[in-house]
Design a protein around this ligand. Structure first.
Ligand code: PEP
Ligand code: MG
Length: 581
């Protein structure tokens, strides 16, 4: 048995025989064609391009239908790359002037382009290199230079292991047979991860080299919750995961019955349970899981999933869709939180030594009004269709908040002058994710309609721990007593000033921590849609007094580890059904 650790990108458990894909890219031999045949060879390439273009367009349409337009846009971007005139000029030059075979030219040009993208000091562009390799692979297949991967004619259930899976391969996985996948390369923000999540396929990426030692048919377990992959599990492990899979399925079944019941403690304290989304199509799973609204819409994903900068109209369409589909439930739009680890295709800032302490989030938006204005216009326009609220991320100083609010007012005036339909009397809030904002919160509350604590960043900045650095992951604890004291202060100031307060960081999606937050006085939680039923179950199983007792005890503990252990014990006592072994 071998246990490997990777990055969990799509939750769930999958067990099945391995289907190991070609471990590496292609090396096409250097073949030349006679000068007289160059035109013929170029025509063959054009034919291959047409076939691949058709397949990509089909992928785009099918993926849009299943996982929403924004996921489908990944293939729209591939289509654009495939038709890039510079690419065709270079391929034409190699075939016609250098007499290279079409397959060799495709292999060289696209491989080099992918390698160049990969070397750029920008994780998002590096991820894009996978799209280039995807196109290369398909062209080579059409040119007869490589055979297809054995993915199309599956007849039995399987778990896919690959060096890398391209977005189109992921979208084309036959979900009747493929129950999950894991890859040696890849990061959490890549398109493959996005597609996997959209399709709800358990997945782990970025494991490092391992598939050379795995044979087709070996039993593999993918634990997409913990980012673990187990090859050839022993009997005990297999039995454990088989049980977990069954428990998971029957628990989801039972929890789905809570959908129309309110998030309310056993003794009647109402807790509003909203959902965090990145893409408009996720509203469907929010409704399915009974969310009270959208508590955090991470709008920057519109940038991250598209090659072109989104226009005001793109923003407007996305927000209008969300608010329409949420049918009167409130939708909290967070303005662009770009920068640091979330960079679009067009670099918006110069290279920075400490990007997490640099020009990110609201700071970046306020310095790039060409970027910020269209978004704010779209927010106010979409607000004409429903209950939209807006909040600004990473607010550190009062001046930033005032500047952002002023811009919102200016944009409203412009819309009025232009005679465009909009609504400007929307609630305006701020995210509390920087310790300075907590310290000064009594000053901020006079200038906002609501607060939302982003515990992911609040923990990062309080503890001086990079939230995406695996070397200090043990220090990154939202339950650290220092973070809890800051949250307690937020609750106190919010209560005193009668300002609605929510917690939308990942912390609230863990049932045991949600109970702690409720005990501390939080009454609004926003969690990823897939975790909502579990949190609701926990809330409905306890009384407010039990939550308060938990909080009182926790506030006296000194270490995150002790707090976590205590919370886990309490969850086992109070809601044993939710504890997965
Ligand atoms: C947070 O920081 O807790 C948060 C919700 O925002 P994000 O995870 O998008 O930074
Ligand atoms: Mg944040």
């Amino acid at each position: 048995m071998v246990e490997l650790q990777g990055i969990p990108v799509s939750p769930g458990v999958a067990i099945g025989p391995a289907l190991v894909l070609d471990p590496d890219g292609y090396r096409i031999p250097r073949v030349f064609v006679a000068a007289a045949k160059a035109d013929e060879e170029y025509a063959r390439l054009r034919e291959a391009v047409d076939l691949v273009a058709k397949r990509i367009a089909d992928n785009r349409d099918e993926t849009s239908a299943v996982a929403g337009d924004l996921t489908g846009d990944i293939f729209a971007a591939q289509l654009q790359m495939l038709h890039d005139p510079r690419l065709h000029a270079e391929l034409g030059r190699r075939i016609r002037s250098q007499n290279q075979s079409a397959a060799y030219a495709v292999n060289r040009v696209l491989h080099d382009f992918a390698a160049a993208l990969k070397q750029l000091d920008n994780p998002l562009l590096a991820e894009r290199s996978q799209d280039v390799l995807d196109i290369e692979k398909q062209l080579l297949f059409e040119l007869g230079a490589v055979s297809a991967q054995p993915l199309s004619d599956l007849t039995h259930t399987t778990v896919v292991l690959a060096h890398n899976l391209t977005p189109s391969e992921t979208a084309n996985l036959d979900r009747n047979f493929v129950h999950g996948f894991c890859t040696e390369t890849g990061g959490p923000g890549g398109h493959t991860a996005i597609v996997a999540k959209g399709l709800e396929l358990p997945a782990v990426v970025g494991i490092g080299n391992f598939i050379e030692d795995v044979n087709n048919g070996d039993t593999v377990i993918i634990d997409g919750d913990r980012g673990i992959v187990i090859i050839s599990p022993d009997e005990e492990t297999l039995a454990h995961y088989t049980r977990r899979l069954e428990e998971r399925n029957s628990l989801s079944q039972r929890l789905s019955q809570l959908r129309d019941l309110p998030g309310e403690t056993a003794d009647g304290t109402r807790i509003r349970l909203s959902a965090n989304i990145e893409f408009p199509h996720e509203t469907e799973s929010c409704i399915e899981r009974g969310a009270d609204g959208i508590g955090l819409y991470r709008t920057e994903f519109l940038y991250l999933s598209s090659l072109d900068e989104p226009s005001e109209e793109d923003h407007y369409q996305a927000y209008s869709q969300v608010v329409r589909e949420m049918k009167g439930r409130p939708v909290v739009l967070r303005t662009l939180d770009l920068g640091a680890d979330k960079m679009g295709h067009r670099p918006l800032a110069e290279h920075e030594h400490n990007p997490f302490l640099g020009l990110r989030s609201i700071r970046l938006s306020l310095r790039n009004l060409d970027l910020f204005r269209p978004q704010l216009r779209a927010v106010l326009r979409a607000a004409a269709h429903g209950d939209i609220r807006v909040m600004f991320p990473l607010i550190t100083t009062i001046a930033e908040l005032r500047q952002a609010r002023m811009l919102l007012n200016l944009v409203a005036e412009d819309l009025k002058e232009e005679g465009i339909e909009y609504r400007s009397d929307i609630p305006v809030g701020m995210m509390v994710e920087v310790p300075a904002a907590v310290v000064m919160l009594d000053k901020f509350v006079g200038e906002v309609d609501f607060l939302s604590i982003g515990t992911n960043d609040l923990a990062q900045y309080t503890l001086a721990v990079d939230r995406s650095n695996e070397y200090v992951a043990d220090l990154y604890q939202s339950c650290d007593p220092a973070v809890l004291r800051l949250i307690a202060r937020c609750v106190e100031v919010a209560d005193q000033s009668n300002t609605p307060l929510a917690v939308c960081g990942e912390m609230s999606s863990k049932p045991s921590r949600a109970l702690l937050l409720i005990g501390m006085g939080v009454r609004n939680l926003s969690v990823p849609p897939s975790t909502l039923p579990r949190v609701k179950k926990a809330i409905r199983s306890v009384t407010i007094t039990q939550c308060q007792e938990i909080a009182a005890r926790v506030m006296n503990l000194e270490a995150a580890r002790d707090i976590d252990m205590y919370l886990q014990d309490r969850l086992e006592d109070l809601v044993p059904e939710l504890v997965v072994s």
